[in-house]
Design a protein around this ligand. Structure first.
Ligand SMILES: O=c1ccn([C@H]2C[C@H](O)[C@@H](COP(=O)(O)OP(=O)(O)OP(=O)(O)O)O2)c(=O)[nH]1
Length: 147
């Protein structure tokens, strides 16, 4: 079990911290910490504050992912999906939403706008080399096996 710390940022006492909506949910829902409703016009993107900062063990990252209901019903999704929260980031967590729907959409205070899923990032060491190990695939990619 990993210990993650959430710090509520000043002025957001009324906004829920990330929370799971069911016992085995993978994601913690994030809530909009906007003061007034924010309108996203079709095609528009806006950075929405989530009202908290966090700390997690160094081997973790947190991914900000869209909520399927908002995406399906309104075309609202995360532009940089999945967003990456680094373990050493201490700023406010924010969600970059974009409206891919046909209608303006209002983000209201406290609304659940995205979800955050934790992942273990494997420790890697890197080295430069002149020749890479051979594979059967070689340089084939981008559909080289057919569509
Ligand atoms: O959806 C997101 C993505 C990022 N961040 C924060 C946490 C993350 O640790 C930091 C940097 O994100 P990223 O590495 O994706 O951004 P960058 O464009 O590479 O910026 P930087 O140079 O600040 O690393 O911004 C968010 O709050 N929400």
């Amino acid at each position: 079990m990993y210990q993650v710390l959430f710090k509520r940022l000043a002025g957001n006492e009324d906004v829920n911290l990330p929370q799971k909506m069911s016992e085995l949910a993978a994601g913690f829902d994030l809530h909009a910490a906007v003061q007034e409703p924010v309108i996203l016009a079709p095609g528009e993107r806006k950075l929405i504050p989530a009202g908290f900062a966090m700390a997690m063990p160094g081997e973790l990252e947190a991914q900000i992912r869209p909520r399927s209901g908002l995406a399906y019903k309104h075309g609202i999704t995360c532009l940089n999906s999945p967003g990456t929260i680094d373990a050493d980031y201490r700023g406010e967590v924010k969600v970059l939403l974009v409206n891919l729907g046909q209608e303006p959409f209002a983000i209201t205070r406290g609304e659940r706008i995205a979800q955050m899923v934790f992942q273990v990032v494997p420790a890697v060491s890197i080295a430069e080399c002149d020749e890479l190990p051979d594979t059967v695939r070689g340089e084939g990619g981008f559909g080289h096996t057919g569509v």
